[in-house]
Ligand binder design. Structure first.
Ligand code: BG6
Ligand code: BG6
Ligand code: GLC
Ligand code: GLC
Length: 917
């Protein structure tokens, strides 16, 4: 009995002595809570540094955006392939995620070796090997005939701009293949797979880090999971960060998973005070000296080696094995992490230690075994402590982001160290809980590796890709081929001729209206004139003063509103309102009672027999006043003036806005023989040879023709390019079936087309979470100015979103991208169509004059042309392409059509006076 007690005493004493000895020797590796809290604070600062745009370039902890935005919601389903490369084992898998609700995942997998000559060879060898393994797997599983989406778990630091891309920043752990760093691994894999065209048909949709895969795997079972940690061959963590804190990715909405790459913590010297001589020695002998310094204190690839280096030093110092060393103890890599784990086993640990040391060619005493076991404990404990400190920093960040008193969260865990080391998980959990007492943390082991999660990410990507295809299908309807544009040009040209010929004119849709404007102002015009400008965005009254010979005018104008009820009331009300505005203007200018000649810009199709007669054929755009169509608008204006009985005006000319614009520009540039309006409406006028105008007698000289090309297509000749959206816009307009070309090209309708597309995409569940809001149902919300703003290149996505918000549309960032694309497609088509029309006229003019080359200037006006960031450019490009023999210059009319109308009035007045004399 006494002997037993004595033995126990002896053994306890022996153990205590050994532990003290080792503790003393490895004093520096034992980290107090105080130090851990300090490390935690340092890591918090590192995370911020990596997230900020300005400091990221020099940050050692890279905080890489992963483009994984949401954890699985259970709606994922389908069959996927998965590759898992970078951990201790390389696997190829098939993952079957079952239908909604059941949350059932089935996996079949196969491990493949990763020989050193492959992982340290060159890029093509590595990826061809991976592709070979994939091909082999598909063959064994009978998957050759299937086209499957593939997710790649690639456990190295990668820079991503999208989910299906990963530029390797640097190799870590055991890999060192040449020519891969700074290249996109997805692309390299794609290329390698190309060589297996016959047996593999896959679509690589996602690249994820193993931490991300782990988090997603665990989140599939526990929606609270928002952190993923790997303590395996390497170590790393990811977590869900608020988008508003991620400088490197546009958008502020929601969250995105950040791959911290915490293994590189300390690479800038931030951990020098806690690194030991063993850490330094280990680093020097590694594949990547100076890199991954935090990882090298923690992960499986290094833990055994650290123990070896310590044992060697202790032996050398005579503290172990009676000072003897074996050659195995001198050999790098002879002690592995699995040995450390086995030596630390609760019951068999000591016996395992003896066996392992003996295998290393050593002859350990009982005391040696106890000491070595304690060395292992210190090394693995330090590892768990360091991980805990960094993880505590992440948890604190989550808690702060959410502004919570207490955070309840789940951390998804994986990696061989965490899984096979007997004490590791318990120690880690305990320290984390001590460091962040305000967090209720659940640690969830990922049973099925990173791949299940990678499949979830792929499933989401797959769904998004399908949605993308649907969106593209809609946008494709608006993309016109060169051939289609030439077709439009030809048809427009034919319609011009139709409208000009006496026989066909009555039925022509492009009306080619004679304007009785015969020539350009010559600079001798002078006097004071009034002008009205009705039919565009604004109604104006103007006073224009011209001085002879100067080619310069002075203008005074006032904008007046025309309320909707007047635009669409009775003709009398409309003209009374106009006269009221004139009266106000005269009053305002102090011209009460002055009897001035007046030019009337009236931007609607009018049949003219004379310069001062214009019979409104029909209203277009937003006007619909009754009792005007078929009437002479000059008479209507005169009668309204009479009704008011306050002043008299001499109405000399009525002109279309295109004609006014051409004149305004022609005053400065006599080569301007075309007037174009791309505004609320769309129209063009040009100078035609009298001999070609069959409806007007005389063959000498030229006359301006108001084409009214807005009506192009009213005979269905362009129905092949009209979409369902164009038809919907037409049906909802004031003049259904009319002005079909105008409805595809002008400001008043482009926004409506956009709105119809958005409604349809929303119905298909592709936008606005499938919810059609009241606002979206409201006609006219997308005015030209909003379209122009949305499409501005200088605008960040966030601003697009805020414009949409102003419009009452509550959109996500993804929605905003789609809306911008829709606007782009619609306005681009408009500019191209308009360009095709213009090409038709310049080519006609060139051919009519029998010229090889035509040099001509187009006077342009209109809000679409002026405000839209791309319209004018695309218009010009199209004209250039379709009419290569014409040198077309564009001149923006700075002063509106009113000035031109006044000039025409001046000329007409001079002729009138000449006749009277
Ligand atoms: C696995 C993952 O479960 O964990 C791997 O599927 C990952 O991709 C690994 O790299 C980490 O552990 P280890 O110990 O294999 O590096
Ligand atoms: C203006 C003219 O400059 O341009 C108007 O003076 C014309 O009469 C207009 O209708 C066209 O642009 P919008 O975009 O106002 O219809
Ligand atoms: C290394 C890699 C990292 C990976 C980790 C765990 O640290 O750089 O990307 O997540 O190992 O495998
Ligand atoms: C409409 C009108 C036309 C006008 C154009 C531009 O198409 O019918 O006369 O020129 O809009 O304002």
């Amino acid at each position: 009995m006494f002997a037993v007690h004595l033995m126990a005493f002896y053994f306890a004493k022996l153990k205590e002595d050994q532990i003290k000895k080792v503790d003393r020797f490895l004093y520096h590796m034992r980290l107090s809570d105080e130090i851990l809290l300090d490390i935690m604070a340092r890591f918090q600062a590192e995370m911020q540094k990596g997230l900020d745009k300005d400091t990221n370039p020099t940050a050692s902890v890279k905080m890489l955006p992963t483009f994984v935005r949401a954890i699985p919601d259970g709606s994922e389903h389908g069959e996927f392939l998965s590759l898992d490369l970078g951990g201790s084992k390389f696997r190829v898998l098939k993952v079957q995620v079952s239908e909604e609700g059941k949350r059932n995942v089935q996996m079949e997998s196969q491990f493949y070796p990763t020989p050193n000559e492959i992982i340290r060879g060159n890029s093509s060898e590595l990826f061809e090997y991976v592709a070979d393994c994939l091909a082999d797997f598909m063959k064994t599983k009978g998957l050759e005939s299937k086209k499957l989406p593939l997710g790649l778990t690639f456990s190295f630091p990668c820079l991503q701009n999208k989910l299906e891309e990963g530029v390797l920043l640097s190799w870590t752990k055991k890999f060192k293949a040449r020519g891969v760093q700074h290249t996109d691994v997805v692309n390299s894999l794609k290329k390698a797979i190309q060589k297996h065209k016959q047996d593999i048909d896959v679509d690589i949709l996602a690249l994820v880090n193993d931490t991300v895969g782990t988090m997603m795997t665990c989140a599939y079972d526990d929606p609270y999971c928002e952190v993923g940690v790997i303590i395996g061959t390497g170590t790393n963590a990811c977590y869900m960060e608020d988008m508003s804190n991620i400088d490197l990715v546009e958008g502020d909405e929601g969250r995105m998973c950040i791959n911290t790459e915490w293994g590189a913590f300390g690479d800038d010297g931030a951990l020098e005070d806690i690194r030991t001589e063993f850490d330094r020695e280990l680093d020097l002998g590694s594949l990547n000296p100076g890199k991954q310094l935090f990882e090298k204190m923690i992960s499986g690839l290094y833990m055994g080696e650290l123990v070896r280096l310590i044992l060697l030093k202790m032996a050398k110092a005579g503290l172990l094995f009676g000072g003897k060393k074996s050659s195995a103890l001198h050999t790098k890599g002879k002690i592995e992490t699995r040995h450390v784990a086995s030596m630390e086993k609760y019951k068999e640990g000591l016996a395992n230690t003896r066996e392992i040391l003996t295998d290393l060619g050593l002859e350990p005493s009982e005391a040696d075994c106890i000491a070595v076991q304690h060395v292992c404990t210190i090394v693995s404990f330090r590892s768990a402590n360091l991980c805990a400190a960094a993880l505590a920093a992440i948890l604190t960040r989550l808690q702060e982001n959410k502004k919570l008193e207490r955070l309840r969260t789940t951390v998804g865990m994986d990696g061989t160290v965490y899984k096979i080391h007997p004490q590791y998980p318990k120690r880690l959990h305990k320290v984390v809980r001590r460091l962040v007492p305000n967090c209720d943390v659940r640690f969830l082991l990922s049973e099925s590796g990173s791949t299940k999660g990678a499949a979830m990410v792929t499933a989401v990507a797959c769904r998004l890709q399908a949605q993308r295809k649907q969106i593209d299908r809609v946008l494709a309807l608006f993309q016109l081929t060169q051939e289609q544009l030439v077709g439009i040009q030809d048809k427009m040209r034919a319609e011009f001729e139709y409208g000009l010929k006496r026989d066909t004119h009555p039925l022509a849709t492009v009306k080619m209206l004679p304007t009785y404007v015969y020539g350009m102002p010559d600079g001798t015009e002078k006097g004071k004139f009034l002008a009205l400008d009705l039919g565009g965005t604004n109604f104006r009254v103007l006073l224009v003063k011209m001085r002879s010979g100067r080619r310069s005018v002075r203008m005074y104008n006032k904008i007046f509103a025309i309320p909707l009820e007047i635009m669409q009331g009775t003709g009398e009300e409309l003209f009374d309102h106009i006269v009221q505005c004139i009266a106000d203007f005269l009053d305002y200018m102090g011209l009460k009672g002055a009897q001035l000649p007046l030019g009337f810009t009236f931007s609607f199709p009018c049949r003219q027999k004379n310069i001062d007669k214009g019979i409104l054929i029909e209203w277009t755009k937003g006007f619909k006043a009754t009792d005007c169509e078929g009437e002479d608008v000059v008479d209507m204006l005169r009668e309204a003036i009479k009704r008011r009985n306050e002043f008299d005006l001499d109405i000399v000319a009525v002109v279309n806005d295109t004609v006014g614009t051409m004149m305004t520009c022609g005053y400065e540039n006599p080569n301007c023989e075309i007037g174009l309006i791309a505004g609320t409406g769309s129209n063009m006028c040009y100078m035609e040879d009298m001999k070609n105008i069959e409806m007007v007698d005389g063959d000498e000289g030229k006359m301006c023709i108001n084409t009214e090309w807005g009506g192009f297509g009213d005979n269905s000749c362009i129905d092949d390019i009209r979409t369902q959206y164009d038809k919907e816009v037409d049906e909802g307009s004031l003049n259904a079936g009319k002005q079909r070309y105008e409805k595809m090209t002008s400001g008043m309708y482009l926004g409506e087309i956009v709105r119809q597309i958005l409604i349809d995409l929303t119905k298909q569940g592709l936008l606005f979470r499938g919810q059609i809001s009241e606002r979206l149902r409201t006609r006219g919300i997308f005015e030209t100015k909003f379209l122009s703003q949305i499409e501005s290149d200088r605008l960040a996505l966030l601003q697009v979103r805020s414009i949409l918000q102003q419009l009452g549309l509550d959109s996500t960032c993804e929605d905003s991208i789609v809306v911008k694309e829709v606007c782009g497609a619609v306005s681009r088509r408009a500019a191209q169509l308009c360009g095709a029309g213009l090409a038709a006229i310049v080519e006609k003019r060139r051919e009519d004059q029998g010229l090889e080359h035509l040099k001509i200037t187009v006077g342009v006006d209109g809000t679409l042309y002026k405000l839209h960031p791309h319209f004018s450019r695309i218009l010009k490009e199209t004209v250039k392409e379709l009419a290569p023999q014409c040198d077309v210059a564009f001149m923006l009319s700075e002063d509106g059509s009113g000035k031109g109308a006044a000039l025409i009035t001046a000329v007409a007045k001079r002729l009138q006076q000449a006749q009277e004399n």
